[in-house]
Design a protein around this ligand. Structure first.
Ligand code: SF4
Ligand code: SF4
Length: 380
């Protein structure tokens, strides 16, 4: 197991400085860029959750992608592609709008590399999977000789953090994501799916953009926090352990890290070989949905739905901010949100699975998470 993590200081998104910092990281990891990238088809996978401008801090910064893509191209990669499957639809017009808004189009042009428009997917067997033995992967990622996972340092309503491991969910195309949410409504099952995906994809390098981080109501509506750090690690799980620690979290409280420990693919914090200063910031992190399997045995079955409502967080809609765009209704896995375009949606929270896709994908910051008092007491 490769336990090396490099934590680099970087206080600006200036391309020249980012290039220097990335080179420094590659040197510290003893990765000769020419040998590492040369002759390969390299896919750079940023976090492109929504078509948001870089200054919103929702997506991986385009200047980081440009700096990285330039290094990859200059070191004679056979082909370099930037791409992600977003939270919304996976089709050409939406990708075009996404690349434009997030600055990826400009970044790709400046670095002389292409953006992905291949919409195919590949049904990929993974017999070692704990919760999935086959997973549909976007073809452009499946075809990569080298996958570089370029995540964003943010909080997340369901999994508490969205760093390296959660970023790989973007390898699953469009609506398939909702199917997974539907089939894995227990948070630990969903987290184990993320671990399966990470074990299947095995990115050669994970880079986490924490120059401008996000806390609070992440991953799309939180508060920006200038952190000034970039994390680089060959093992995606090690990158996330370091990231959790930097955010002031006990890594064991992060569902994807907890599940990774079960399949023994995780470097424990004490075993990490860290170059640079982890430090420890105080991040405002959502409590996340908690596993209630054990509590289930103590509660009569007929009380369970009511109990869930009393302890688990639920989405709260702010109708003053809602524009009726319909994004939440289109992507609610159990379809408990309905409504005509440009009208306030109608929600039946009783039938919900608390996946928080509505909160994640709302472009207007109109959805937040609310945990009832009893939940705050039990899961304190
Ligand atoms: S209402 Fe929101 S949290 Fe509930 S199931 Fe739908 S998308 Fe998920
Ligand atoms: S995604 Fe947000 S803005 Fe759009 S309809 Fe839902 S709550 Fe309203």
């Amino acid at each position: 197991m490769d336990n090396r993590v490099v934590v680099l200081d970087c206080d600006s998104y200036e391309v020249g400085q980012l290039k220097k910092v990335l080179q420094e990281g590659l040197n510290a990891l003893q990765l000769d860029p020419h040998l590492f990238f040369g002759g390969k088809k390299v896919v750079l996978k940023p976090n492109l959750l929504l078509p948001k401008k870089p200054e919103n801090g929702v997506t991986t910064h385009p200047n980081l992608m440009q700096a990285l893509a330039e290094i990859v191209r200059e070191n004679k990669a056979r082909e370099t592609v930037i791409g992600d499957t977003p939270g919304g639809p996976f089709n050409r017009p939406y990708l075009k709008a996404l690349y434009l808004a997030t600055g990826m189009e400009k970044a790709g042009q400046a670095a002389g590399v292409s953006l992905n428009y291949n919409l195919n997917e590949v049904d990929t067997p993974f017999p070692q999977g704990r919760v999935m033995k086959r997973i549909n992967i976007a073809a452009f990622i499946h075809e990569a000789d080298l996958l570089i996972n370029v995540a964003k340092l943010k909080t997340h309503g369901l999994t508490r953090i969205t760093g390296g491991v959660k970023n790989l969910f973007g390898a699953v195309p469009g609506v398939k994501k909702a199917e997974f949410h539907m089939n894995m409504s227990e948070v630990n099952d969903f987290a184990m799916l993320m671990v399966d995906l990470a074990r299947l994809l095995q990115p050669a390098l994970t880079i986490i953009d924490g120059v401008q981080a996000m806390e609070g109501n992440g991953p799309s509506s939180g508060t920006l926090k200038g952190l000034g750090k970039i994390i680089m690690a060959p093992n995606v799980f090690a990158a996330d352990v370091a990231m959790a620690r930097i955010m002031g979290l006990n890594p064991g409280e992060v569902p994807t890290i907890k599940m990774a420990e079960k399949v023994d693919c995780l470097a424990r914090l004490a075993d990490l070989d860290v170059v640079g200063e982890l430090g420890e910031e105080k991040f405002e992190v959502p409590g996340g949905k908690r596993e209630i399997k054990r509590l289930r045995n103590l509660i009569p079955k007929s009380w369970l739905p009511r109990f869930q409502t009393m302890v688990q967080p639920t989405p709260r809609f702010n109708w003053d901010l809602c524009t009726g765009c319909g994004m939440c209704a289109q992507h609610c896995p159990p379809a408990v949100i309905s409504g005509a375009p440009e009208k306030r949606p109608v929600i039946d929270l009783e039938g919900g699975i608390r996946c928080f896709c509505c909160q994640e994908l709302c472009p207007e910051k109109a959805v937040t998470l609310y945990r009832p008092l009893l939940g705050r007491i039990i899961f304190r």
